[in-house]
Design a protein around this ligand. Structure first.
Ligand code: ZN
Length: 361
């Protein structure tokens, strides 16, 4: 999805994944919702969505999230208009309309949640003006180097290095032995003094350079409260846990650090470099806001019994169109209400739906 610019091939991958995952998942998902809701009710909550919202310890989280979305919307609309115009001139008017939603399969990501890989199409800078960090990272560093660099970064801030067990037990690369393994990066606290692990299939590119720092942010947080009794060994809330690594993210990709690692040669503060950094961060993070909000709003509605399985897909695409201006490649949300692709369950294409993990954190 990131590197192909062949619309048929992109459509094939986008649709194939959803066809393989969605319909079978839709068969069992309502049962899962029943089980979760019954657990939630035993604990005194109306449904599982209420449990998720309660965990964040913010009153009126639905309104707060909607308010934050509205705040960022003017900037999102500008970014959306720029990307749509560039995609239209790249793929042609028969694929991308001048003023409608953008077809999801053209956004350079399986879920259209980050548009960073479209930089070559969107950026006004030429290729020589844009350093290819992924290529440089892959040339200079091994997978183990990536993890070491992340560790060095945290140590340079006065935080502790990773433990011996971390290095022994973590998995950074998909093993060769065909084992059935979830490759979605995650971090785990084994609730001893020194057993903390990362599991990921690290690829030597810019994205995974960010991901390893993010995951290590979780480990640093685990280690910071490891002296506490088990019941207190948890983040202030789950959003806090995500924020640790992502806060450092902005320093990792800042010009000073990139220069320190020998990834850029100039001082990094030219107008071109600033433009590139800002555009990259915008493409990576701003579309994520509407996506996350859609993902959890959809599930809040489903948990609350407001969306029947027949409308799973229609309700999902209504949110995606409304909040993100992104459209299913073959049918509009309205056509979906009338039965187009109605047997799918496209939100199920996302790891967090299958694994039942909130996203809005
Ligand atoms: Zn995380």
């Amino acid at each position: 999805m990131e590197t192909s610019r062949d619309p048929d091939r992109l459509l094939w991958a986008w649709t194939g994944w959803r066809k393989a995952v969605g319909p079978p998942m839709r068969e069992v998902y309502p049962q899962l919702i029943d089980v979760l809701n019954s657990g939630a009710r035993h604990a005194g909550f109306p449904d599982m969505g209420a449990v998720w919202r309660y965990e964040l310890e913010m009153p009126n989280i639905e309104q707060t999230a909607a308010g934050l979305y509205e705040e960022i919307k003017p900037l999102y609309q500008q970014l959306h208009a720029l990307v749509r115009a560039q995609l239209r001139s790249y793929y042609g008017p028969q694929l991308v309309s001048a003023d409608g939603p953008i077809p999801a399969h053209l956004l350079g990501n399986l879920w259209s949640q980050s548009w960073q890989s479209l930089e070559d199409i969107v950026s006004p800078l030429s290729e020589t003006q844009r350093p290819d960090l992924s290529r440089k990272l892959a040339e200079k560093f091994s997978v183990t180097d990536f993890v070491k660099l992340a560790e060095n970064f945290y140590v340079s801030l006065g935080l502790p290095p990773m433990t011996e067990k971390f290095w022994r037990n973590s998995i950074f690369q998909r093993p060769d032995d065909n084992r059935n393994m979830t490759c979605h990066a995650s971090s785990a606290d084994f609730f001893t003094d020194d057993d903390f692990r990362i599991l990921m299939c690290l690829e030597r590119n810019e994205r995974d350079f960010g991901v390893i720092h993010h995951e290590m942010g979780h480990i640093q947080y685990f280690m910071a409260y490891r002296h506490l009794p088990t019941i207190l060994r948890d983040g202030a809330n789950s959003a806090f846990h995500e924020a640790v690594g992502d806060t450092f993210f902005y320093s990792i990709f800042g010009p000073a650090h990139l220069r320190r690692l020998g990834l850029i040669d100039d001082d990094g503060f030219s107008p071109e470099r600033s433009l590139q950094l800002l555009l990259q961060r915008a493409l990576a993070k701003i579309p994520l806001i509407g996506f996350s909000l859609s993902l959890d709003r959809w599930r809040w509605q489903v948990y609350a019994g407001r969306v029947a399985p027949e409308r799973y897909n229609a309700a999902w695409w209504q949110l995606r169109e409304q909040l993100s201006g992104v459209q299913h490649p073959a049918c509009t949300a309205q056509q979906m209400e009338a039965g187009c692709n109605a047997d799918g369950m496209d939100p199920g294409a996302k790891f967090h739906v299958a694994h039942n993990i909130p996203h809005i954190r």
